[in-house]
Every structure is written in structure tokens, then in C-alpha cells.
Design a protein around this ligand. Sequence first.
Ligand SMILES: [Zn+2]
Length: 590
Amino acid sequence: MALFPQQFIDDLRLQANIAQVIQEYVPLKRAGSTLKGLCPFHGEKTPSFHVNPDKGFFHCFGCGVGGDVFKFLELHEKIPFPDAVRLLAQKYGMALPEMSDSDAGDARRDSALREALLKVHEVAAAYFREQLSGAAGLRARQQLKARDVSPGTAEALGLGYAPQSRDALKTHLIAQGFSESLLLQSGLILRRDSGEVIDRFRHRLIVPICRDTGPVVAFGGRQMDPDQGGPKYLNSPETPIYSKGRTLYGLNVTKSQIRQTGFAVLVEGYFDFAQVLQSQAAPAVASCGTALTPAQAQLLHRFTSKVVLSFDPDAAGQGAAARSCEMLVAEGFDVNVVVLDKGADPDTFIRQHGSEAYRERLRNSRPYLEYLLDRAATGRDFGRDDTRRQFLEEMLTVAARIPDATARDQFADRLAHKARVAEDVIRAEIRKAAVQKRTTITARELPSFGPLKQAEKALIWGLIHNAGDATEALAELDEVDLDGLAGRDILEAARSLLGTRPDLLPSALLQRLSTGNAQLVTSIAASATASAPAADCVRALKRLRWERERADIQREIDRLQQLGASQHGNEIDDLWQRKKELMHRIEELT
Ligand SMILES: [Zn+2]
């Protein structure tokens, strides 16, 4: 997205009529305020593919695909977003950003800054490497050895060491002619509250983080001593050249092998990556501890659509790994899961059992959806009708999120087998849900998300059909109001667009969402009526947040009372007071 100025994309979208664009691929007929035709993304005989030219989106009630004009081209032509922009610009005869003078000036300044930042990182990476190989790096080298990281692997990854000094790197870089202000922008040095300017990384093992094309754009630093202060891992901040959510660690090293083997192993940490690389078991990338973002998934999609993910069996079904799986499935990846031994990650597993054992585990990895099915079925008594019904309901919501029709049918068949129900019954259930009430079933999302609240749905509907009111209402919400909501990512994206012209908002929002969330939005927007005004929805969401807080406080009160009301009397009184205030607020709202 950073490739083109947003203004250009918005202008292009105003020029390009979505109905006209889609009509080149699909014959459409007018049906009320929308147009409809046979869906190009799934086989059908009666049209369930709708295009809404006023709001600038398409949606299929049959298979659930949806999005804006760019998404249509991305999906239909199987091209990434920038190519969709280029294609559309070409169609409409719009010159690609030959920017205006002031824009061009800004762009030149921006690109000069980015160039300089890349250069600083290159020099800093060389400095850290030199430190690792010199006298100061002895302990760091010993630590690598203790972690079974060979010198060859350390070199392949460009590992380094930041010496135990306040400003050794700063001094080195200034001597190389870089300005202090540039170094501050790079995040390699930082200004303390006292005004003192020091190195960000001190006495740490340094892992350079690179773009997939090679240049170093950031660093991760691991503590040498547990009591040296600061976090165990310290990372570069976001800078003009580095966005954590758009970078996959190690992709620069493994990308060609990923293309060759046809899949990537997704691991969590730097040392997991190092160990898998060293074992030569398979090409890996690392998410670095957080759940994968849609931008990271799309980056990976350029190289493969198959991912194998290691699960810690204790953490299975929760946490970053599970969220990554769900997102990858929704983005159309084939996801397999490796369950290692209790508490083991790829780093410890390979060091203990060797690379052949790890390879064996990879060979025995199982499709994520199958794994999910087994886990959900474990311990359930399918002799009971209500158990079976509950299990089916849970799993049907999973099925509804699978974008590919064939994969969805396979899942349906396995589900039928598990729950001992006829296959055609399950397939019919899924189809019925998909055709009639797509929103209710996608809206329920995957198990760990919980259902999309009525108020969220109505607010999302409003963002497309009544953007002015909806954004005004949305501005009333705080970030915490959105915590734990199934629609959080969608509403956050909409919040980041406050101030956008209401008529441009629907498409601008769709453009920023993951494929799965864009589909969710179009499926809600494609339904005919709003269920509540945006202001009411916002009040309902506020109320839900306060009720969550009230419940949390009550739990804390219960906990303290069990520990002994007499010792914790003051704390309990405070909590009661807070609870009373919350209840008062909730009452005022209704
Ligand atoms: Zn379709």
C-alpha cells in the first residue's frame, strides 16, 4: 500500500466504476439498487453474486466472497494489491503516480531518509558482527555454542553482539558521518528523560531483521544476563523502513527454498528459526512471538500457500499460534499442525532429538482443520443428541469460514464421519447456512473469537450504508471498548479512517481489511436493513464493556473474600465503590 499515495488510490476508485469493471468478467443484470450475476468464484446456476455500485462493493451469498474493486481484481486475476492498482490505472488511463511537485519533493525526501536509514542499519549490522567475533564477544560466542548454534549458522543469520557500553555504537556511527538526528530516527539510539543519548542495545546478542529482499531494517537483541535489566528480548521500534506487522523474520534466507519445497514452517522465535535452518529439515519463517497479521500472511502468500505450524500441546487452541492458524485458513492457506512434546518448541526439540526426528514430525503433521475437529471431539459422548448437536454447531461455524468450496466439503465429510451423521445432511446444513443466512454463520467466527454482537453487526452495516453517522458514533468509543469483540479489527480499521469522506469510507475500509474480514463486512452490508441506529450500537458496546469490567471486579471481590475478608477489607471496599460507580454509569445509559 505504501507503494502508492492513498490519494491516488482514492481517485482511481472514484474513476473506476466497480460494476463496469466486474461486467468485463461477469454478465450482470440490474436487481433493484444492486446488480447480480453468476458468481465467478464458485460454480452456480442461479445468480447469487451481487454488486453494489453505489457503495463500491461486491458480495456473493453463495460462497461468501466479497470486497471492493481492487479485491475483485486481486481474486479474479490472482495478483497482489499493487498489481490490481496498476491494472485498474491502465484500464482507466490514469498515469501511475507521476506525483505533483510538492508530493514529489516529499517523496524524494522520504526516499532519501529511507536510503539513509538502510545505510545506518547496514553499518550497524557490520559493527555488531565485528563485536561478536572480537574479544568483547567471547561470552556471546560461548552462549551461542551452548545453544547449539554453529558459527556457520551465526554467520548465515548475520548475528552480532552489542557491547556493554553506554554509547559505543553511537560513537562508531557518528565517526562514520551519520547525524545524531538520523540515528535517533533509526531507533538505534534513544534519548533518556535526563536528556542523555545512549545506545538502545547494550550487552545483548543481536539478531538482524531483514526485508525479504535482503537489507537489514531492524534488530532484535537478547539479554546476555537475566539480571541485566530490561526485557529478555528488545526490538527496534517501528521506523520509516520497519513495520513489525509487515515483516517475517528469516524470509530473506529461506524464500527460494520455500518456493522450491512448496511450503513454509512457521515458528515463533529467532532461535527456533536458527535451529530449523541449521537442521535443514525444512524452510522456516518466524512470526516473532505475536499472532500473524494479514499483511504478513499476504507477504508469505507470494511464496507459498502451505504452512506447517508447531503447536505446544498445552497452549493448543489458544494464544498466538491458534490465532495465526485461524487467520491463515481465512486467507486461503493450507495449514498443517505439528504437535511437539509437552513444553517443547522447535529449538529445544531439535537440540534434544535431532533433525531427523523433527523431519519425522513434519512428515506426520496433520491438517489444522482435522486437528481442530479431533480436539473438539475429544471426551465428548456422541451417543447423546444434545452433545452431537452442540459439537456440530461449533464445527459448522468453523466450516463457514473456509473460503475454498472443495476444502469446505472435505471438512464437512470428516465432520459427518465424526459426529455419525450422513454426509449429505452436513453438506446441506452448510449450504443452507451459506445461502440463506450467511451473516449469522460467518458472524459467529471461529470458536476463540466468540460471536459478533448484534450491536457490532449493526455498526458495521452503518459504516457501509450510513458512513457519516456511523463514524461519528464510532468516534465516541475508546480502544478498550473494543477489547474482546469479534469485530475488533474491523472497527479498529474504521476508527483509523475517522475524517475520511463518508462516500469514500466503505471502499477505503474494505481495502484495509484482511480477506476474511472484508467478506464479513460485505456479507453484513449485503443484507437489506439496518437493525439499529449507530448511536444505539455505540451505547450498547459501551455498556458491554462496563459490564465486562463489573464482572471482572466481582470476580476479584469473590477471590479476596475467599482469601479472607478481614485481611482484605480495604481493597474489597474500594472494589465495591468502583463497582457501584460502574453500575451507576450502566443505569444512566439505559
Ligand atoms: Zn460465489
